[in-house]
Design a protein around this ligand. Structure first.
Ligand code: BT5
Length: 324
């Protein structure tokens, strides 16, 4: 029975490297030592490296780096975000699943995780390349009591949370390109897609999609994006533990979204600007019906980009693709 197997894994992971005897596990789970042994074999088949120490018992040496709830929730330091996790090994898009769950009443902070997407999407129905087991493909459901116009700010708050998490787990120093890209060495390592369910009463749910390239090599990307995309591994030269990264992203998401809800955008705007590559630069902003060139002077309290064109006019830009 799979849930008992995973409970045993959780028990062993929480013993902080101490061996736990077969007899003790047998007593705690109310099953025989032979049954415990079978569960241990099961875990080894799932990729756990388990040492069995003579007369002392079992110890987990390494756990597989999957995005299954067990691995994510063991050691997770949040109170809301990630308490509920929906995990599927493969899906069309975690956004689709999250929209469905939100409609069925999923609680604030519910997270959807997958190893690969067959129809991962970006803004305006663009394709998001989601290589199997190499990245973090995740959607977070939030139910903040704020007006629908505030939704775009959550993209900026999310970007800050992701930068902080990448800084914590690696030695990299990512930059934010307004509105929804995170860059390393000028190439995109993360995209954010904020979608909204709202009605006359306001926001029912925010669905924040995060696509984070972690352990891809160049050839793991589709040809169309090989020259513009990068991964944490490509930028740092090291394989990154995806479980730790997700835990850190969820931690900073909880911290900063709460800060935003309690205190507004002020402090977060300062943090965001400190990470931005866009501000102070000459840029070209492509929108659906026009393109503007000028200097990106800053963002407003609402997260709107302020672009000054050569005629001296200041334009407020809500959504665009930025070329620099
Ligand atoms: C985004 O859109 O950057 C938002 C991406 C959000 C993806 C996540 S994954 C989990 C969740 N489930 C989903 O289905 N989506 C979310 P946008 O700014 O429109 O950028 C899309 C463009 O980025 C594409 O047109 C490509 O040029 C490029 N691209 C595609 N896949 C990429 C990748 N893996 N890494 C870097 N760039 C990529």
């Amino acid at each position: 029975n799979i849930t008992v197997t995973l409970k045993i894994a959780k028990r062993l992971m929480e013993s902080n490297g101490e061996a736990v005897s077969g007899q003790q596990l047998a007593d705690e789970f109310g099953i025989s030592r032979t049954a415990i042994w079978k569960h241990i074999k099961e875990l080894e088949e799932k990729g756990y490296d388990i040492e069995s120490v003579k007369r002392k018992g079992y110890r987990i040496v390494t756990a597989p780096d999957t995005l299954e709830p067990l691995g994510i929730q063991t050691g997770l330091k949040t109170k809301r975000i990630g308490q509920e996790i929906e995990y599927v090994e493969s899906c069309a898009s975690t956004q689709i699943i999250a929209h469905q769950l939100a409609q069925e009443g999923a609680q604030d902070g519910t997270v959807v995780l997958t190893e690969t997407q067959t129809a991962g999407r970006g803004r305006m129905a663009r394709k998001w390349d989601s290589a199997a087991k190499k990245g973090v493909w995740m959607s977070i459901i939030l139910r903040p009591a704020v007006a629908p116009q505030k939704a775009p700010q959550f993209t900026l708050v999310t970007a800050v949370a992701i930068v902080r998490a990448i800084e914590e787990v690696t030695k990299l120093q990512p930059k934010i390109k307004w509105p929804n890209d995170i860059l390393l060495n000028g190439k995109k390592c993360t995209g954010i897609l904020t979608e909204l369910q709202s009605d006359a009463d306001g926001i029912q749910a925010l669905i924040i999609g995060i696509g984070l390239n972690v352990n891809q090599e160049k050839e793991d990307f589709d040809r169309e994006v090989q020259d513009i995309a990068t991964s944490l591994k490509m930028a740092s030269g090291e394989t990154v533990n995806r479980q730790k990264l997700v835990q850190s992203v969820l931690f900073y998401m909880e911290l900063y979204t709460q800060m935003y809800i309690d205190e507004g955008f002020g402090m977060l705007k300062i943090l965001w600007e400190s990470y931005s590559t866009t501000i102070g630069q000459p840029v070209r902003a492509r929108m659906t019906n026009q393109t503007l060139e000028g200097i990106a002077e800053g963002i407003t309290e609402e997260g709107v980009l302020q672009l000054r064109t050569s005629d001296g006019k200041l334009h407020g830009i809500y959504s665009a693709d930025i070329e620099m």
